[in-house]
Write a protein that binds this ligand. Sequence first.
Ligand SMILES: Cc1cc2nc3c(=O)[nH]c(=O)nc-3n(C[C@H](O)[C@H](O)[C@H](O)COP(=O)(O)O)c2cc1C
Length: 318
Amino acid sequence: MAEIGQPLAYGGIRLPNNVLLAPLAGYTDFAFRKLCYSFGAGMCFTEMVSAKGLRYNNEATRALLRLDPSETRTAAQLFGSDPDVLRAACESEDLAPFAAIDLNMGCPVPKVFKNGEGSALLADFPRASEIISACKRSGKVVSVKFRIGLERGKYLAADFAKLCEDAGADMIAVHGRTRDCMYAGEPVYEQIAAAKAAVSIPVVANGGVFSRADAQKMLRETGADGVMVARAAMYCPHVFAEILGKDIPWDARAAIDGQIADMLPFYGEKFTLVQMRKMAAFYLRGRRGSAEARASLFACNSIDALRAALDNIYGPRA
Ligand SMILES: Cc1cc2nc3c(=O)[nH]c(=O)nc-3n(C[C@H](O)[C@H](O)[C@H](O)COP(=O)(O)O)c2cc1C
């Protein structure tokens, strides 16, 4: 059985440990990933990026691919349904700085699903296979992140895992919930275990890992090689230190200040403000008087106002 924190290698990439940050649309930008690495994350993923958007030179799409110079083992996650468009994205300059590509075959949202993208590919094995092999032809290291099925009870994790391996995937990340569950409920450990048993490439298990105990349970129940953490990191990126048993203190104010300093020059004040009100509000979870404090953050209309509100909450900066 894999131990928490042990190294993980796939497709020639060597990761220092097997606790990974999942892709999270609207959250896993370069500043947030940098923070997660500082708490020990073994690897981080960008949020899902449209292969079509890259093809049409969409600036907003490209902005999602900003990398911090310190990032050496970040994967870009792509979504799409056209194997040629996805392959072209893999071969584009935009993705050249990334250590690997991850293919999204799990996104449940209707807008994506009805275009035949994300989790819709679980219902189209030939296309999913074509996409993976097309992306592999780019020469990139490729992983696939997928759900265990579309509907509860109709599971396909083992078959889909095998499909990924046969098409050339270097690793899979299995989210142990079906599309109809969205993000609710316990992951179905047996399905992740079935995926693991079906393939010889590394398998990372995802779903419901919020603590070291959850991560241990996930590895024990599934036999997976690592875990992928999503919402727990969004609520508090320090969770990586907790899971890995690293003695690194959590200073919410310092984390927020760091994210703001990284984001401002690149994203500008408006976007940074919207983003950091949201993240700072998450970091208040469990703190006394957090409802009021959260309201004070959302009332801020400038970064200066946000910093003043943070001074009120955490005390003036040293
Ligand atoms: C706000 C939000 C955004 C997400 N964005 C993505 C995404 O861009 N790509 C992806 O593969 N999964 C995405 N997911 C799914 C997560 O990566 C993960 O599979 C899911 O949250 C289950 O893990 P958890 O129980 O640890 O949160 C998203 C989830 C949430 C809550």
